[in-house]
Design a protein around this ligand. Structure first.
Ligand SMILES: Cc1ncc(COP(=O)(O)O)c(C=O)c1O
Length: 450
């Protein structure tokens, strides 16, 4: 097995080292070779080295360079090298991160990483937490705990009896709630559209002055970091009103929650720590490999009540934390390993530098584009920039030209009725020089004409 594993590592290293010299988007020639991975199921085994060579030869060039320094398409940060290496090691361990007595090492790593995260993000130390696939499932997990609590308070056992005949729950979201949050509500039987929507302001922030009157079982979902503008709902104000009415407040902070770890951005997240539950991603701004999301719940017992299972064959009795008591899954890869490695290497100051560096690059993008005569549509408070190059058709043409050029990759969005190009800076690897190179490419594409 050694030659095969060494070959895999060499190929991965070459891939990462080669990213800077290729276009960010895969070429159409590379994409046209993808059918080579298709075909009939082989009748029998072949050489494992050949399988790896085929993968690398065909799939590597057809991949998007999301691990590189100039991918600004979504909130996607390339993985820190220490997390890639830790991921390889953890893959070799092949631990099923469910039960402490069976997998003590990864259970310990998760527990330590969680303690560090709560400290770093200034969240209550008593929180229960779950390592999940991403913010979508983190929202689902935290909202399951919310559903448990608001129904328990009115004498309803939702885990036992489901929602058939249950007292209704009022769910309050903003007009700008991320669609993955609405999907989570649907999965929980709370309804994607059976929600009370609160209007937003010009930056996409929930209007706290337009909150509905709240009574009975109620869950209010706020956002830390709008996927387009990076703006934060006025969370302190909303939490105060919701808690006065006995409501549960959940924060979708897929990337914005990380602002709490940076002294210069923490003002954006004021009041976040007063909420009842939080969802975030490590695969976004902590720059660990996919997939890696996190759910935190102040009342750990509520999360455990919603998630824990027991079975005669499972050795769940332990004085330690069983990871699967807090997650939707029983069997699960040990996502905490890379989170632990990132935090152990960066420390508090390193995480703050990573986040702040991305925010500074976003500001440099906005300043450069504005100086070149283009319109910035948002207040750049975090790592998100929305730019218009004129009418919708012109902006779409520029985005296509930027993607085709390959120096960097940015995607389209619509912001309050306007088509825009969206720039998200989320990688440890992006430098000021990358920003200037990308700015030059964008301005070139915009001035080239249609
Ligand atoms: C605010 C917000 N919530 C949730 C999500 C979903 O995250 P994931 O794709 O990790 O499930 C995103 C993704 O960008 C987001 O920006």
């Amino acid at each position: 097995m050694r030659p095969l594993l060494e070959d895999g590592a060499q190929r991965a290293i070459q891939y990462l080292e080669g990213l800077d010299a290729r276009g960010v988007a895969p070429s159409s020639a590379a994409i046209s070779r993808l059918p080579l991975l298709d075909g009939e199921l082989p009748g029998g085994p072949c050489d494992a080295g050949e399988v790896l060579a085929l993968l690398d030869d065909v799939a590597s060039p057809a991949s998007m360079a999301m691990a590189g320094r100039r991918f600004f398409g979504f909130v996607i940060g390339g993985s820190l090298p220490v997390t890639v290496a830790a991921n390889w090691l953890a893959t070799a361990w092949d631990q099923n991160a469910a039960i402490h007595r069976v997998t003590p090492a990864v259970s310990q790593l998760e527990q330590t990483a969680l303690r560090w995260l709560l400290d770093l993000l200034a969240l209550p130390p008593e929180c229960g937490a779950a390592f999940v696939t991403g913010a979508t499932v983190a929202n689902f997990t935290a909202l399951a705990a919310a559903r448990h609590t608001v129904l328990t308070r009115v004498g309803w056992d939702v885990e036992g009896d489901g929602l058939f005949g249950a007292p209704p729950i009022t769910v309050v979201v903003s007009d700008e709630a991320h669609p993955s949050l609405t999907k989570s509500l649907g999965l929980l039987g709370l309804g994607r559209s059976r929600v009370v929507k609160v209007p937003v302001d010009g930056e996409g922030r929930m209007r706290a002055d337009l909150l509905p009157a709240m009574a009975g079982p109620t869950i209010v979902c706020v956002q830390a970091g709008n996927v387009n503008t990076g703006s934060f709902d006025p969370i302190a104000e909303i939490v105060a009103a919701a808690h006065d009415a006995g409501a549960w407040v959940h924060v979708d902070g897929a990337f914005g929650l990380w602002a709490a770890a940076v002294p210069s951005r923490a003002h954006l997240a004021v009041g976040v720590e007063q909420a009842d539950s939080w969802a975030t991603d490590a695969h976004k701004w902590l720059n660990v490999p996919y997939d890696s999301g996190l759910a935190f719940v102040r009342d750990a017992d509520a999360l455990e009540a919603a998630m824990a299972i027991t079975a005669a064959y499972l050795p769940t009795t332990t004085p330690f934390r069983n990871p699967s008591d807090f997650t939707p899954e029983l069997s699960r890869r040990a996502r905490g390993v890379e989170v632990w490695a990132a935090l152990r290497q960066l420390g508090r100051a390193g995480v703050a530098d990573l986040i702040e560096g991305c925010c500074r690059h976003a500001t440099a993008f906005a300043e450069g584009l504005e100086a070149a005569g283009f319109e910035i549509l948002n207040d750049v408070v975090l790592n998100q920039v929305l730019v218009s190059f004129g009418d919708a058709a012109t902006t779409r043409r520029v985005i296509a030209a930027v993607q085709e050029d390959g120096t960097c990759w940015c995607g389209p969005t619509e912001w309050q009725g306007r088509v825009a190009m969206r720039i998200s800076v989320s990688s440890w690897a992006t430098t000021a020089e990358d920003v200037q190179r990308s700015l030059a490419a964008i301005v070139r594409a915009a001035r080239a004409g249609g």
